[in-house]
Design a protein around this ligand. Structure first.
Ligand code: ZN
Length: 255
């Protein structure tokens, strides 16, 4: 297939895809889009990285928000689109999955750790930014809700925090390096369920597109990359239907 025209044709033709995902891939799992029209962050302002350490009441808000989020969404199941990405990887088509989401649904869908880059961290872990200690978050969230005592690192006594990148916090260097490496020579970049507005995350897909790699955007609603000359295909609508169906059709044509 020399000149793919449809998403299915691209999926069949390409073998080193990078898939970039945003909140729109998880809304069908019941997880709200923080930045969407009904976005949580409008009624519940996020706590910045600096404020978390400077103000006890901000630490309290942050631990409470994240513990409540975990209770609501910590156990939800991946969507058909998450499973479709894993399927593509199993078929040897996917080099990397870069996500803005903190919900861990790619991991729950069995996308392997070495392929997955969670740019904004993960809510199923807590971490110490002083010594690098990390731990599964369940018990820490439960402990917070039970005692209201700010959790401290068992290794160095510094404040523990949910493993989510906060406003004002830099992305982790190892994640940035892995994302840059993944973008070096993919043969296709697909952005799913992202408005592509959050920086620096949204620079990754456009980085490859500017280098001439086909760039496909699937999203319901406008994105910041709409209309750019680098976009090979723009599909408007429900990611679950558009992407999962295309993967299913393409998988019948592989091999
Ligand atoms: Zn520590």
């Amino acid at each position: 297939m020399k000149n793919p025209q449809t998403l299915v044709e691209y999926l069949v033709a390409c073998e080193r895809m990078v898939i970039f995902t945003g909140a729109g891939i998880s809304t069908d799992a019941g997880i709200p889009d923080y930045r969407g029209p009904q976005g949580l962050w409008k009624s519940r302002p996020e706590v910045s990285f600096q404020d978390f350490f400077d103000f006890p009441e901000k630490r309290t808000s942050y631990w409470t928000h994240k513990s409540e989020d975990w209770q609501k969404w910590g156990q939800v199941e991946p969507t058909p689109a998450h499973l479709a990405i894993t399927r593509l990887h199993e078929l040897g088509k996917v080099r990397a999955v870069i996500t803005q989401n903190i919900d861990g649904l790619h991991r729950r869908a069995q996308t392997p750790e070495d392929v997955l880059i969670e740019l904004h961290g993960r809510m199923d872990q807590v971490l110490c930014i002083d010594c690098g200690f990390t731990d599964a978050a369940d018990a820490w969230y439960a402990g917070w809700l039970e005692t209201g005592k700010h959790p401290h690192c068992p290794t160095c006594e510094a404040f523990l925090k949910p493993g989510v990148i906060q406003f004002g916090e830099h992305l982790r260097p190892e994640d940035l390096t892995r994302a840059q490496q993944a973008m070096q020579d993919p043969d296709l970049v697909i952005a799913l369920g992202s408005t592509l507005q959050v920086q620096p995350a949204a620079t990754f897909p456009i980085m490859a597109a500017r280098a001439g790699i086909p760039y496909i955007i699937v999203n319901r609603g406008e994105t910041a990359h709409d209309g750019l000359p680098h976009v090979a295909l723009r599909l408007e609508g429900n990611v679950q239907e558009l992407f999962s169906d295309a993967v299913e059709q393409a998988s019948l044509m592989f091999g």
